[in-house]
Design a binder for this molecule. Structure first.
Ligand SMILES: O=C(O)CCC(=O)C(=O)O
Length: 257
């Protein structure tokens, strides 16, 4: 991580890592996302909350050998550690694709409705772009610097779905990873194109906060038996403290009910 990247994370709240995903991995991720989607059909995404006009998959850490490579990528984990400190875990791994030819816009939100606390930031998302993110196809919007405001957009905006005067679109080619301090106000925009705009959200949270999807219970025994000790730790499989805080406050979303 360069000093310039650290400054971008500090000041704007995100950094773009262009050409991060090698082409063979990008192709495999696309294939695997389509495989899981086809296998799950109407159940797809049901481990988490449903979003209108959007194709979502949830709980991907346990659904194929390629996904653990995404969540444990050492370079990405370095950026995540810079944002939320060295001790953290995966909160969830989802795929998301706003429906083509749709007007649906996500409200501006902070992931899990999270506001920084007395220890600082505690949520960070790495968006793995499986297709180009363009101005037409539903690129993520973000309000740079808003991770410092300590406010939930639901509490202060009249209409969190409306365009914000300070928002910018995160535009980049497929293969880019956007690491975002997701206390910053952000959300998906409408996919007005006729093609899919797919991505993975590798969402991490500080060690002392709930997981968005409780990996210990969601992963099958077979999937858990294949995990390395490092992955078990990243997924907090054997972490009793995580079990307590997560079961007390499950499936938190910044905007989905
Ligand atoms: O997929 C995107 O563009 C952003 C999605 C997002 O922020 C979310 O689902 O919480």
């Amino acid at each position: 991580m360069t000093g310039a990247e650290q400054r971008q994370l500090d000041e704007r709240g995100f950094v773009l890592l262009h050409d991060f995903i090698p082409l063979p991995l990008l192709e495999e991720l696309r294939k695997e996302v389509e495989r899981v989607d086809a296998e799950e059909g109407g159940r797809a995404g049901s481990e988490f909350r449903k979003e209108p006009h959007t194709r979502r998959l949830a709980n991907l850490a346990g659904k194929g050998d390629v996904f653990p490579r995404v969540i444990s990528d050492a370079a990405i984990l370095e950026y995540v550690g810079y944002v939320i400190g060295g001790r953290f875990k995966l909160s969830s791994l989802n795929a998301r694709a706003p429906d083509p030819l749709s007007e649906w816009v996500q409200p501006l939100h902070c992931d899990a409705g999270a506001l920084p606390d007395e220890k600082g930031f505690w949520v960070c998302n790495a968006i793995w772009m499986l297709d180009d993110f363009t101005a037409e196809n539903g690129a993520t919007r973000i309000v740079p610097g808003s991770h410092h405001w300590g406010k939930d957009p639901r509490d202060v905006l009249e209409d969190p779905m409306a365009p914000h005067p300070d928002e910018i679109l995160v535009l980049a080619r497929a293969g880019t990873v956007a690491v975002i301090n997701t206390h910053a106000w952000h959300g998906g925009t409408a996919n007005r194109s006729s093609a899919p705009r797919r991505c993975l959200h590798a969402f991490y949270t500080r060690w002392d906060k709930p997981q968005q999807q409780f990996q210990r219970d969601l992963l099958s025994e077979a999937a858990k038996s294949r995990l390395s000790p490092e992955l078990r730790e990243l997924l907090a499989i054997d972490d009793e403290f995580n079990a307590r805080v997560t079961l007390a406050d499950p499936l938190r979303s910044g905007f989905l009910k």
